[in-house]
Ligand binder design. Structure first.
Ligand code: DGJ
Length: 709
């Protein structure tokens, strides 16, 4: 049971999750101060973290550089502020005045604490929110700012939360960086003293960084060590600043918006920051990832229990060359292969015969589909598959009827260049009329064509991010754009409860807990080369579960890297997430089709483990060895081992792979070979998966516990 308790004598608040505790207190100055975040504590134990207020050690110090729940700009604070405000009289700074608190333990399985404050001078209300769940060690935090005055307040920075870690000899920062077609590359490096900024200034989560961090004291591994982590639920520009302070502590603060953007808060206005969820574990990076996966399934995804279907997408097969006959031919082959969801990608609408024109004109192209989409949709449904369609609602080609009619609908600054990327401009979703227009055609499109699935794409970053109709537009649009994006998706889902959505942004440009709370899966990368994909998937798995990771088997030589790897290897890599196929099936040989059908069948018999089991990264990518990932059922009755071997050197024999988390007293049968293994041997000594010899060898080993008589 999650518990929130309070010690009135010391003012200590203690939030407890199944295995961890988070303690804080409003100090003598009225500021909310952090006390502890780590293994579970009693209230009495948490009291020990209260230290008597002491003057700074010297006139150069001021308040400790880390240690407040939401460090503000003001007083003797010189660290990175989470909250920075400018009042109408031009003054800055915020001084905490506590005004009350609320505890809500009425919802089954979850408890919430709200600590309310106001500035000592201006009527700006700041409420810090905390939520804990009975089945997760994740602590959700967010902040609500309300302007109770009669003049606009400018929020120069309004982070969701600040997190403080204890003093340690050293700290290491884990995070991902990337670029288009090379997303989620994991880095684990010593945390520098000072401030390390991770950010997106692109208006979208971005390929280049992802809004999560993990910190450890330098010694954690996949299966051991203290790890503190946090992930921001936001799909626009964001900034996370990680600090290592001279007193040996570490801290991070994060929220919506990048440096230089501000948010106007009019009289009576309220801003609710996105949630910034934090997690502490002693089980290393593997346990941290599993806890994030379980949290995402239990508390983020809209339909967590669903098994995601095997998908076919025609993008790599056809590009913009779409037509009813060709699509029907692909659909027939996909259905025969065992595909359950058929998705038509870009090029079905307007004058979209290439990426130069038509984006924004969302009517079925008579050139591509002379009879409309309905005959294809009906055929896909007749073949027993669901029908999916690609859309990119936030964008427009200047060569489109939409842009000719509404040139003012795009982000722009009068008199300045409208920079095109991929020949397109960004529609200003912050505008009410643009968001309503998008919702209108989307809901009609879904209804008129019995669409089961949308691939929602977004293919460029913001530039010339202006909104000339509003004086405060250039500041406001960064958050309002995302609010309206979320609202359009939410309205669409409410209209069509059966609709499922994939989040795509030229690959993995929009993967975060915010978009995942209203979509069903995400496209991690346009790079479908299975060899590269192993590393991309490794980075993706640090926070996001396999249940959300769409993966396709495509043709070789790969369109992006020109590399050729065997079909079996491609399938085994794609089986690590939500399996899809993206090759040109009309060119697959009979034997390739037969092998594909067998492997899809095999995936269907293990996908409950991949999508809903617990994941252990037994060996990471890199080096000459094999990469191994295990997925295990909650009751330990089954496990799947996926292993991928790049290019072995010197014909060196592979070492056995030690499995984890199986029942050591049980025996497990290999579902394919019938070989029987003792759980104690699998976990204590390891398994030697049978791999074909040579480069790009792979295996999927499905182990099923033998019932004891
Ligand atoms: C980018 C996506 O990531 C691709 O999969 C494809 O949908 C193209 N856009 C289509 O333009």
């Amino acid at each position: 049971m999650p518990v929130i308790s309070f010690a009135p004598d010391t003012g200590v608040w203690l939030l407890s999750t199944p295995r961890t505790s988070y303690a804080l207190r409003v100090d003598e100055t009225g500021a909310p101060c952090h006390l502890a975040w780590g293994p579970r504590l009693t209230l009495d134990e948490a009291r020990q973290f209260v230290t008597p207020a002491a003057p700074p050690a010297s006139s150069f110090e001021g308040r400790a550089p880390a240690g407040e729940e939401l460090p503000v700009d003001g007083g003797t604070r010189y660290g990175c502020p989470s909250l920075q405000v400018r009042f109408a009289d031009g003054s800055r700074a915020f001084e905490w005045r506590p005004v009350g608190h609320r505890v809500d333990e009425t919802s089954p399985g979850r408890s919430e604490l709200a600590l309310e404050f106001t500035d000592r001078v201006h009527p700006l209300r700041v409420t810090l929110h905390y939520r804990v769940h009975e089945d997760s060690d994740v602590v959700e935090r967010w902040t609500v700012l309300r302007n109770d005055g009669d003049e606009t307040v400018t929020l120069l920075r309004a982070d969701s939360a600040g997190w403080t870690l204890p003093a340690r000899d050293d700290y290491r920062l884990s995070h991902v960086t990337g670029q288009w077609a090379a997303e989620t590359q994991l880095h684990r490096e010593r945390l520098a003293f000072g401030e390390t900024v991770l950010t997106s200034r692109r208006g979208v989560t971005s390929h280049h960084a992802n809004p999560w961090v993990m910190l450890d004291a330098g010694g954690a591994g996949e299966d051991h060590g203290q790890v503190w982590s946090a992930a921001l639920a936001w799909s626009g520009s964001w900034r996370v600043t990680v600090q290592r302070t001279p007193d040996g502590r570490a801290a991070f603060t994060g929220g919506a918006g990048h440096d230089g953007t501000a948010l106007p808060l009019p009289p009576g206005g309220e801003f609710t920051t996105p949630a910034y969820a934090g997690l502490y574990t002693e089980g290393g990076f593997g346990a941290a990832s599993r806890a994030w996966h379980a949290y995402t399934l239990a508390h983020v995804l809209p339909y967590p229990d669903e098994v995601r279907p095997v998908l076919y997408n025609s993008w790599e097969a056809t590009g913009y060359d779409l037509g009813e006959d060709g699509q029907k031919a692909l659909a027939a082959r996909a259905a025969a292969l065992g595909v359950e969801l058929y998705v038509v990608d870009d090029g079905w609408f307007g004058a979209r015969r290439s990426d130069h024109a038509g984006l924004g004109d969302w009517t079925v192209s008579p050139d591509a589909f002379a009879n409309g989409l309905t005959p294809l949709v009906d055929e896909v449904h007749r073949l027993g598959m669901r029908f999916g369609l690609w859309v990119e609602p936030e964008m427009v080609n200047p060569d489109s009827d939409l842009y000719r009619a509404h040139p003012d609908w795009v982000l722009h600054v009068p008199g300045r260049t409208r920079s095109e990327l991929r020949n397109q401009l960004v529609l200003n979703f912050a505008r009410r009329d643009v968001a309503d227009w998008a919702y209108g055609w989307l809901t009609r499109l879904v209804a008129d064509h019995s669409i089961d699935f949308l691939k929602w794409d977004m293919n460029r970053a913001f530039s010339e991010a202006g909104w000339p109709d509003r004086a405060d537009g250039a500041d406001l649009l960064w958050t309002r754009y995302v609010d309206h994006l979320y609202e359009v998706i939410d309205r669409l889902r409410a209209d069509h409860p059966g609709l499922r959505i994939e989040s795509c942004s030229g690959g993995g440009g929009r993967v975060d807990l915010g978009i995942l709370s209203r979509t069903d899966q995400a496209w991690p990368s346009d790079n479908t080369d299975a060899a590269d994909r192993v590393a991309v998937q490794h980075g993706f798995s640090q926070i996001y579960p396999a249940r959300t990771m769409a993966t396709w088997v495509t043709d070789v030589p790969n369109q992006h890297t020109a590399r050729s790897v065997p079909l079996r290897f491609r399938f085994h890599v794609a089986m690590a997430g939500v399996l899809g196929v993206g090759g040109d099936l009309t060119k697959w040989s009979e034997s390739e089709l037969a092998e594909g059908a067998t492997l899809i069948d095999a995936y269907k018999s293990v996908r409950h483990l991949v999508q809903h089991g617990s994941q252990a990264r037994l060996r990471g990518p890199g080096g000459d060895g094999s990469t191994c990932v295990q997925y295990t059922a909650a009751d330990l009755s089954e496990a799947l081992l996926l292993t991928w071997q790049r290019t072995p050197r010197y014909a060196a024999p592979l070492p056995p792979v030690r499995l984890t988390g199986l029942d050591p007293t049980a025996r497990y049968r290999d579902a394919a070979t019938g070989a029987v293994h003792h759980g104690a041997v699998l976990t204590g000594y390891g398994l030697l998966p049978e791999l074909p010899s040579g480069d790009w060898a792979s295996a999927a080993v499905h182990l099923v516990r033998i019932p004891t008589p």
